[in-house]
Ligand binder design. Structure first.
Ligand SMILES: [Zn+2]
Length: 70
């Protein structure tokens, strides 16, 4: 899931729904959810494309808790 820090959604953090691992200030650095998600996916995160998730960090996905993604 994501946590918004600004009402307009320009700053947000990504939180693993499995273990709570958080990537802070993702929006502040990348400005855009689509771009942020495509980047973290390359680092092993999987889950729904939507901001609401669920999203799984690499630690959780290696335990195959989130085995679904397209
Ligand atoms: Zn996790």
């Amino acid at each position: 899931m994501t946590v918004l820090h600004d009402p307009d959604g320009t700053d947000f953090s990504l939180v693993c729904d499995g273990c709570g691992t958080t990537i802070d200030r993702l929006g502040a650095n990348l400005h855009n959810w689509e771009l942020a998600w495509s980047l973290v996916r390359r680092h092993g995160w999987i889950g729904e494309r939507s901001r609401q998730g669920p999203h799984g960090c690499p630690k959780c996905t290696t335990r195959s808790a989130y085995a679904v993604d397209g």
